[in-house]
Design a protein around this ligand. Structure first.
Ligand code: ADP
Ligand code: MG
Length: 251
């Protein structure tokens, strides 16, 4: 992926198995968010491709990729501050459940509810509430987002992604700005959820806290300068000299 003359991600190749938890680490500017933007259709790769279950996804819109089964969160929150927790979670699902027309058109159609539209709305509300309970927000459904703590806003963003029941859940620094304890709790909650779910869900987790990532991941990928410099079992990656030179410094 290049921007003008800047090569942001170069010669990256990796795969994620069903149900696998892949932890991604690397210094600021190493290309982690760019990689996620390419995987989820926010950037179209300059070269190369992304596929899911053998279907090529690169070139599709973010919405089409989400519908194909890759859901994401953003490094910076993308919530509607003046809406409630429940409304934010339901709105995220609407994009998935009702294909085709624009969100506004669909929402208007459902306001003049036909029985099918009412069933769809009820299904979206149920799925949203289940996901909100899974992240621990069941007692805050009617609160306005702007009244939530920062940590709860991050949980809400996560619930929006989980509610889609994706094949691959892609999280870009979901604990940024959280306290150490909050971050630990959130990551352990997500990984437990991924591992307990009936349908296999893979997790692609960008997280800057090295020890936490290595602890919860099945596999670790390390990026530096837009390239993957290590990819393997967390214990092996932790011993890798290049990785140690980045994280421990100057070995
Ligand atoms: P990370 O998430 O690992 O911190 P990024 O993927 O955000 O790294 O950035 C990798 C490199 O790509 C950086 O040099 C950044 O400035 C550049 N980059 C990312 N997105 C853009 C963009 N939209 N336009 C220009 N440069 C970009
Ligand atoms: Mg980033």
């Amino acid at each position: 992926m290049t921007f003008g003359g800047v090569v942001a991600v170069k010669d990256v190749s990796f795969s994620v198995a069903p149900g696998e938890i892949v932890g991604v680490i690397g210094p600021n500017g190493s290309g982690k968010s760019t990689l996620i933007n390419v995987m989820t259709g926010f950037y179209r790769p300059t070269h190369g491709s992304v596929s899911l279950d053998g279907e090529t996804l690169s070139g599709l819109s973010p919405e089409a990729i989400r519908r194909a089964g890759i859901a994401r969160t953003f490094q910076n929150l993308r919530l509607v501050q003046e809406m409630s927790v429940r409304e934010n979670a339901v709105a995220g699902l609407y994009l998935q459940i009702t294909g085709g027309r624009s969100l506004t058109q669909r929402w208007l159609a459902d306001m003049f509810a036909t029985p099918a539209a009412r069933r769809r709305a009820a299904a979206a509300r149920d799925a949203a509430e289940l996901a909100l309970a899974q992240v621990g927000l069941q007692d805050k459904l009617d609160q306005t987002v702007s009244a939530l703590s920062y940590a709860d806003q991050k949980r809400l963003e996560l619930a929006r992604a989980i509610a889609l029941r994706p094949k691959v859940l892609v999280l870009d620094e979901p604990t940024a700005g959280m306290s150490v304890d909050e971050a630990d709790e959130l990551i352990r909650m997500v990984t437990a959820l991924v591992e307990s779910d009936g349908e296999p869900m893979s997790l692609f987790l960008v997280e800057h806290r090295l020890e936490l990532v290595l602890d919860v991941s099945h596999r670790a990928v390390v990026m530096d300068g837009g390239q993957v410099i290590a990819d393997g079992l967390p214990d092996d990656v932790a011993r890798d000299p290049h990785v140690r030179s980045i994280y421990v410094g100057g070995e």
